[in-house]
Design a protein around this ligand. Structure first.
Ligand SMILES: Cc1cc2nc3c(=O)[nH]c(=O)nc-3n(C[C@H](O)[C@H](O)[C@H](O)COP(=O)(O)O)c2cc1C
Length: 421
């Protein structure tokens, strides 16, 4: 395959690559390079044995992401829980899939991060086996492969050829390009595993949906030490992200600088400026629902390279330019989510301004807040929203931000259901 067509064939697809401890692990470096060149976001997990063959640093450099290898890492678990690591991917790929990984996965063992992810995933797994010919042809391995097939796994290879050990036969890992093609084929299909019986009855209202939430303020630098900011605390946006995750959604939270911890169950991306936020939002798409709760700065200054000094010239004047409009860009962009929700913080003419914003930005719903002095919305526990849609304005009572978030998420689920039916 050549040309621009194939260049971005995996744009924004999330691949979780598990690297097992086989001699073919070096080929997985090339696999990461090729996936990234096609626009895929690749997260790498290594087994302890894999690290005997290739260093994590090599994968870090190629994937431009940290490498995960420790099930019991408190830091990793806090940043991105192992369940989330597995669920955030569109596809899990095991390359090389050693005899040992196949055996553990077939038995449902989970004694390290790699196999725990394989058991916890709700997506299909593509295995690229690589092992000595006798190991591959051993009845135990063949039994394991057939069990995994039965569980919905996909396989690419192994190829027949000369082996590193000097023998000849089936067992060579497929070449990186063959694995890329298998990944492209896999990602053209529905990679979600059917919910096991018993799980579906729990019925998360947003099960299977991807929700992107922006939250907090943005910081617009004016020099290396100063910035323009606003009073947003991020509490409402973070509460919405957490509520969406509880409702079963895969949540990407794009957060400006806030003094809050990352909500559980969400992939949180930290940004500073409005332009960072737009880039992160575009990278997070496609999504089913976009909730723009962040207070994005409307303007930015051209930041001075050096700290602006107090001097004879008096106070410096700032010349401001308009920032990109994150909400309008997503709402009017080519990857528009099915539902786009904006927030409007107003100090006067709340409903009128919110209705204008709804039309101007092309969104489906505006959550309008009165932030005039004395309401205590910024940084406080409570919020009072007016829901503005094309159907009209609905006044909600004053609620705790967490309650408002639950209520909003329930409404979004209803709107999505209404759209589907
Ligand atoms: C030099 C060397 C090469 C190996 N190559 C392979 C291989 O290609 N495939 C395989 O299944 N096991 C291979 N093994 C054995 C695995 O490393 C071993 O089974 C290990 O426990 C696999 O762990 P993992 O599945 O957790 O990565 C090799 C071992 C050594 C010492």
């Amino acid at each position: 395959m050549t040309g621009v067509g194939c260049a971005r064939s995996l744009a924004a697809k999330r691949v979780l690559l598990i690297v097992g401890g086989g001699i073919a692990a070096y080929k997985s470096l090339d696999l990461v390079r090729r996936l990234r060149a096609r626009g895929a976001l690749v997260r790498v997990v290594m087994t302890a044995a894999a690290k005997e063959f290739v260093t994590p640093l090599a994968f870090v450099s190629l994937a431009n992401e940290k490498v995960y290898d420790d099930l019991f890492s408190a830091t990793d678990e806090q940043e991105m829980g192992h369940i989330q690591l597995s669920r955030n991917a569109d596809l899990l790929v095991v390359a090389p899939a050693t005899a040992h990984i196949l055996a553990r996965a077939a038995r449902g063992l989970c004694d390290d991060l790699a196999t725990t992810l394989l058991l916890a995933t709700d997506k299909r797994v593509l295995y690229a086996p690589a092992m000595n010919v006798r190991m591959w042809l051993h009845p135990a391995t063949q039994r394991n492969v057939s069990t995994l097939h039965g569980d919905g796994a996909w396989f690419v290879g192994p190829n027949i050829g000369d082996m590193a050990c000097g023998e000849y036969g089936p067992g060579r890992m497929s070449e990186p390009l063959e694995i890329v093609q298998a990944i492209e084929t896999a990602l053209n299909q529905d990679t979600r595993l059917p919910a096991p019986e018993g799980l579906s009855t729990r019925g998360g209202a947003l099960d299977g949906l991807h929700v992107v939430v922006t939250s907090g303020p943005t910081h617009e630098p004016i020099d290396p030490v100063r910035y323009i900011a606003n009073r947003s605390s991020g509490r409402q946006g973070h509460a919405i992200a957490a509520a969406a995750a509880r409702a079963g959604a895969r949540v990407t939270l794009i957060s400006g600088p806030v003094a809050l911890s990352d909500p559980p169950g969400c992939e949180t991306i930290h940004i500073e400026s409005a332009r960072d936020m737009l880039a992160a939002a575009n990278a997070a798409l496609p999504a089913d629902i976009f909730v723009a709760a962040a207070a994005v700065a409307d303007w930015r200054a051209e930041p001075a390279i050096d700290k602006i000094k107090k001097g004879d010239q008096g106070a410096p004047s700032l010349s401001l330019v308009e920032n990109p409009d994150v909400l309008a860009s997503v709402s009017r962009g080519p990857n528009r989510p099915r539902l786009v929700v904006g927030f409007a913080a107003e100090t006067r003419d709340l409903d009128k301004n919110a209705q204008e914003k709804l039309a101007r930005k092309g969104c489906d719903l505006i959550v309008a807040n009165d932030v005039s002095e004395g309401t205590g919305v910024f940084g406080g526990d409570m919020n009072q929203a007016h829901l503005v849609s094309r159907a009209g304005v609905e006044d909600w009572p004053r609620l705790r931000k967490e309650e408002l978030a639950e209520r909003l998420v329930a409404r979004l689920a209803q709107m999505i259901d209404g759209e589907a039916s």
